[in-house]
Design a protein around this ligand. Sequence first.
Ligand SMILES: NC(=O)c1ccc[n+]([C@@H]2O[C@H](COP(=O)([O-])OP(=O)(O)OC[C@H]3O[C@@H](n4cnc5c(N)ncnc54)[C@H](OP(=O)(O)O)[C@@H]3O)[C@@H](O)[C@H]2O)c1
Length: 195
Amino acid sequence: MTRIGIIGSGHIGGNIARFLAHGGHDVVVSFSQDQGKLDALADAALEQAGGADALAGKAVLDTTNQFGQVGGRFGVLDLGGKSAAETNAAKAPRAAWVKAFNTLTAGFQASSSGRTGPGRVVMFYATNADAAAPAAEALISDAGFDAVRTGTLARTDVGHQEPKGDLYGEEFHHDDAIAAVRRLRGTIPAGTGRP
Ligand SMILES: NC(=O)c1ccc[n+]([C@@H]2O[C@H](COP(=O)([O-])OP(=O)(O)OC[C@H]3O[C@@H](n4cnc5c(N)ncnc54)[C@H](OP(=O)(O)O)[C@@H]3O)[C@@H](O)[C@H]2O)c1
């Protein structure tokens, strides 16, 4: 059993809390924003967890996607050539940052978790911290999915599982996912999503 802290218990965080509690883990969920609206999302959420120092040496699973206002409309933010994962990881440089649970809608994750056999759904993940990979894979498996690593937090790896990447927003199964990662890893994402 691992003690898991979840910052934000909305669609995705709530799902993961249920998956992992069901898998026998001790899950602690962050408080809701009932004192008013908090706007500096990532920074404030990190503060709630005790700040960057409190996360040193801990594995952090980042489920977020870089959506925001682009030219006055909802869209995918331009992070200056960096991946969203490495942009966020820079806020807690001594944490073992893992990007996961971001490619599929919360509704689909809830309905497809726990499948067995060839239809078991893949959850892509990426990290620079090789030592954190086994724990990340175990949690993904306990949550009811097959873990497939896209690589590091560099845009040429994790970028393929972020919005507009080929692996984003699509259901993959194990062999299909391994082949796709082998094809894409180390390349600049085309920026169009899965053909
Ligand atoms: N929904 C999806 O299908 C989906 C799929 C893949 C990835 N994602 C990504 O996952 C992330 C979460 O999405 P979601 O759909 O789960 O959002 P959500 O339902 O709106 O939940 C967000 C949670 O974060 C909390 N929160 C917001 N700002 C906070 C702050 N400053 N400090 C602490 N807690 C804060 C919210 O608290 P309150 O309840 O008090 O507002 C809420 O519990 C997003 O980046 C999204 O792009 C979403």
